[in-house]
Structures are given as C-alpha cells and as structure tokens.
Design a protein around this ligand. Sequence first.
Ligand code: MRU
Length: 339
Amino acid sequence: MTDLSANHHDSIRAVLWQGDHLRLLDQRRLPFEETYVDCASADDVAGAIRDLVVRGAPAIGIAAAWGVVLAARKDPDRLDDAWALLRAARPTAVNLMWALDRMRRVGTDVDALAREAQAIQDEDLAANRRMGELGAALLGDGAGVLTHCNTGSLATAGYGTALGVIRAGFAAGRIARVYAGETRPWLQGARLTVWELLRDGIPATLIADSAASHLMKTGAVQWVVVGADRIAANGDTANKIGTYQLAIAARHHGVKFMVVAPSSTVDMATAEGDDIDIELRSPDELLGYGGRRTVVEGAQAWNPVFDVTPASLIDAIVTERGVVERPDAARMADVFRRH
Ligand code: MRU
C-alpha cells in the first residue's frame, strides 16, 4: 500500500550541523551528484551562500546562524566581522538578516549560540509543517498546482514552504498534478524541485518557464504555489525571477496565487516591494550553462534573480502564524504587528 503520510514525502536534508563544522548538500551539482561541502568557518559559510551551494531564503538564514557559531568557536571577540560578512552574502532574502539579528541578541557564548542556531533550524521545520497543513486546506480536491523555483527541503530546514503545501496536499490526496517551472537561468525548478519531488514519491511534470500561461489556459492548474524571499509590510512579495509574470498570468486565467513563507520572511520594516533590494547576479549565469558559453561573445545580459509580485495579485499568504487572504497593509498588520 502506498504510504501517503507527510513524513513519507520528506527525506531530504541540506543543512547538517556536525558538532564542529557545517555540512551542506552542494546544490550546484544536483541532481546528478549528491556531494557535500564542509564549512569550517564563517568565511566558508558566506562563500557557500554567495556561490549557491546553499540557497533558498530559510536555508541561508539557518546556514548563516551556524556560521556565527563557527566564528564564535574561533574567536568570540570578533563576531562582528563574521556578522558583517554573512550579512553581505546575499541581499534579498530577509531570513538571512533575521537569523543574524537573532544570533546577535544571544551574545558570545558558544553553547548558547549553538542552541539558538538549532532552535532557528527546528522552528523552521515546525513552521513548514504547520504551513503545509494551512496551505493544503486552501486547495480544492483534485487540484493541479504549478510551482516555481525550489522551495522544498533543499531550501529550508526540511519539508519546505510551497513544496510543504504540495507535500501535505499530495499526502491528503488533494493534489492531482504538480507542474514545476524550470526556473531559468539557474534551473532550481528543473534541477532541484523535480529531483526533490520524485525522490519523495510525488510525480511532477516539468515545464519551460515560457509555457506557464499556455498551461494555465488549458485549465490544468487551479493554483500557483510559490515561496518568498521577503514579504513587505503591505504584502508585496519578492521571490525568484519569473514569479511576477506567473502572478499576472494567473490572475488573467482565474488561477489562484498562493505565497507560502515563514514569519521570518516577513519584513514589517520594509513598507512596500519597491523598497526591496533585488539581487543582480553575474551575466555569466545567462550567457552560458555549466561552464559552456551558449551566447555569442560580446553579448550583454541583465540578470536580476528576484522580482516583486504586488500584493494585489496574491490570493493568500500562508505563514505558520496564519493565512492572510487578499493581503494588504492592514491585514498584514493584524498578523504581524510588531509586539
Ligand atoms: O536564488 P535562490 O535559489 O536562493 O532563490 C530561492 C527562491 O526564490 C525561493 O522561492 C525562496 O527563497 C523561498 S525558499 C523556501
């Protein structure tokens, strides 16, 4: 008999504390090589975040927290250097800054810092499970869903945000079909999401990013379910480049649009999406693939790796604190007003 429990669909862990170093599943090499990178210093962790060994908003926050622990083990008096280095690793995902601020409040005691890093990791997993239940409850029966980028165990402490909803929805028998956009240019959808879902027994169909509107027009999907890197106080949501055009297409076709993210992704200090710093990465990510040039020499490329979906295009923001339907500043404040 098929085991449809949520646990059955959750076998992958990408961020592993080893007692004296941090082990990261190398996401640059998936799906064909399952290799790990060991980080012995905050410098190593910052490099791993910059180079996308570890990626996904919650996962980089967790990795950075362990980076602070590594720094404290070396020299608790120079934590400010590590803090600044890690904070600068990537600009858009607020979970990175949130985790570092939380670690900073702990002080310099190594054991206390390690307990806090573990708590950040454990709480993320628990939040994902809760969001999975809340998000799955919004799906009708027999839903087709389209997701973007990778928001699963690889991008979090485990289970995932949008992929957590897909895991929970599939386990509950509510999801009939899962489509994953390939997520150019780094192919998080093609390389990571499809691998992760198939590995955990959830059938998934890959589409080219440019096939999304056509897919929606066929009626095969009722929900687009995505994660977030930063949600502003009015509900505007930064996520992987391409999310915005999915939201526009979804609204046009009467497809519902769900954002799933833990409260650590909500940034009430940022009023609206235009205030979010959008990471620009190297044009080389577009001009070639896997070390091989695919575009004529001399060509230029513009490579913003996130975009902002306005709150008005979002039907529901699912967090572990609850669901904000038709988000706006007032509804966000009801759930996330700073205490
Ligand atoms: O550049 P990445 O791969 O770090 O971008 C990841 C995303 O955009 C995810 O959708 C987001 O971080 C949520 S992960 C739970």
